[in-house]
Design a protein around this ligand. Structure first.
Ligand code: UDP
Ligand code: UDP
Length: 487
């Protein structure tokens, strides 16, 4: 029922104490969970008696994931003891709605993971023939798998590839649902929602899919929020210094209604980001960056799915030009404006910015780019992985959310962590050239951006220390490992 992606010898590695990771098969979710697996694998025998074997069960995505085979191969080469099991495809789920992300995309994520339960059950039963499965780590899109874990007597641990604030949000959602009585979209503009562990959250900034309680996807989120309350514990890709408010609320169970049982423990084991492989997959780009002065370049990159209309692209180009700063713009085109950048961007743009700016049309490894000395600011769509990569590199952000829970992350980045500024998005969802220029200047220009840069530099130090000797993420990992082993 499953195929093993470890050169055929993988099955032999499944033995002793084992943890099983069950990500949602999108790169951002997969990578952070695999990084968790590496942390488990790297635990020394002194730490927990003997280590864990790590199995990653990968459902065949309902959409095309161009990088996944290469990624799995690379991990298998560098970490041969991490075993990947691939589940068979489910042709009834099609990719049509995946790109760009819509409500239906999110709905499919839940439905598809639920439909994978029979395959998951068989896989876990097979693994249990060779190993003691000490924990099943499930993506928050895949918490239907908790039913399978319960059936087989395996402790389930939801894994958040998002901030701790998002976990706090979900755990309080059922209470907020009862208290509010109407859809978030119908609340008065400017209404601030009080979720324990979060700064006051404008109702318009709730995660995508939660705006309208009559939508099916809202019900999926609500059901998930109720289900995770009975988890064995949570693992969140964050660290103590980055989200103290949310993590304290999670520890105290601030969201639990009076009289309800104590919440499951929450383990902040981050930052889990893909290693910076150094080459960035785009030598030209990195060479160019290395020829620029320190902290002089604004990086713009909008994740794996961020695409804009032609009109918006022109505003970005004009804003960048007017800011006067150097830039590296990773520009993912949509089907309508794929081909000719010259025709797409304002007349003469490339001539006027020659030597000062680079527009890059293909994939570039963002983590590698962020770690170059010349990068001074990052205009980001606020995908959580991107934010963590920016934090690890000590680069302040200009937050421009596009989809998923990114509007909420913008609030965290700009107001809670104070590691960046937010662009103002108008009612049509557009950002003007003038607005972009203003925010880029705020971060890049000496006087205003200084405090931000200092905070970012400071947080970079904390990020590096999180897994160091005695660091909070390392301690949380050890606590979790001991709990799993019941020692
Ligand atoms: N490129 C780009 N935007 C630019 C300049 C270059 O996307 O503004 C890309 C181009 O598509 C190619 C790579 O950078 O993939 C190298 O560009 P080019 O062939 O112009 O290299 P050069 O001749 O400058 O060495
Ligand atoms: N990424 C990259 N190159 C790109 C675009 C994205 O390496 O040109 C990586 C980025 O470093 C991050 C991931 O893709 O690790 C995107 O994850 P994130 O959670 O930020 O956003 P998503 O794409 O899931 O919305």
């Amino acid at each position: 029922i499953v195929s093993i992606a470890a050169g055929g010898g993988g099955a032999k590695l499944i033995k002793d104490d084992c943890i099983v990771l069950y990500p949602y098969p999108a790169m951002g979710h997969l990578i952070s969970m695999v990084e968790l697996g590496k942390r488990f694998f790297d635990l020394s025998t002194d730490d927990v008696g003997c280590g864990f074997t790590v199995v990653v069960i990968v459902a065949e995505a309902p959409f095309v994931l161009p990088n996944i085979d290469v990624y799995i191969k690379t991990v298998t080469e560098t970490h041969p003891s991490i075993v990947f099991l691939r589940l068979p495809p489910q042709p009834s789920f099609t990719a049509d709605d995946y790109y760009p992300p819509s409500l239906r995309t999110i709905e499919i994520a839940f439905e598809f993971m639920r439909a994978s339960n029979p395959f998951l059950r068989l896989s876990l039963q097979s693994i249990s023939l060779f190993a003691r499965v000490r924990g099943l780590f499930v993506d928050f899109f895949g918490t239907a798998a908790m039913d399978v874990a319960d059936e087989l007597g395996i402790p389930p641990y939801p894994f958040m590839a998002s901030p701790a604030a998002q976990l706090a949000f979900f755990l309080y959602l059922p209470t907020m649902h009862d208290n509010t009585g109407s859809s978030f979209k119908d609340l008065e503009r400017g209404t601030l929602l009080e979720f324990p562990g979060l700064p006051p959250l404008p109702a318009a900034d709730v995660p995508q899919g939660l705006e309208d309680r009559n939508e099916k996807v809202y019900c999926e989120f609500l059901e998930m929020s109720k289900r995770i309350a009975r988890a064995a514990g949570f693992v969140v890709n964050t660290f103590d210094w980055l989200e103290p408010r949310a993590l304290t609320a999670l520890e105290n169970g601030a969201f639990v209604p009076d009289g309800a049982p104590k919440p499951p423990p929450c383990y902040a084991i981050g930052p889990l980001v893909a290693p910076d492989k150094g080459d960035g997959g785009a030598e030209y780009c990195l060479k160019w960056l290395d020829s620029q002065p320190r902290r002089s370049v604004v990086l713009l990159s909008f994740g794996s799915m961020g695409v804009f209309s032609t009109e918006q692209l022109r505003e970005i180009a004009a804003g960048l030009e007017r800011s006067g700063h150097r830039f590296l713009w990773v520009l993912r085109c949509n089907d309508n404006n794929a081909a000719d950048l010259d025709a797409l961007l304002p007349d003469g743009f490339f001539g006027r910015t020659r030597g000062k700016g680079l527009v890059w049309k293909s994939w570039v490894e963002q983590a590698a780019v962020l770690n170059r000395d010349s990068v001074g600011a990052f205009v980001t769509h606020c995908g959580w992985n991107s934010v963590l990569e920016s934090v690890c590199a000590g680069v302040p952000m200009v937050a421009w959310p596009l989809y998923a829970e990114q509007r909420m992350i913008r609030v965290l980045v700009a107001e809670e962590m104070k590691l960046g500024v937010a662009v103002e998005i108008d009612e049509k969802g557009k950002v003007s050239a003038g607005e972009l220029e203003k925010r880029v200047r705020e971060v890049m220009d000496c006087s205003e951006g200084k405090a931000l840069r200092e905070r970012a530099e400071n947080m970079k130090g904390h990020a590096a220390a999180a897994f160091g000797e005695g660091g909070p993420s390392r301690m949380a990992l050890l606590r979790l490992a001991k709990t799993l082993k019941q020692i």
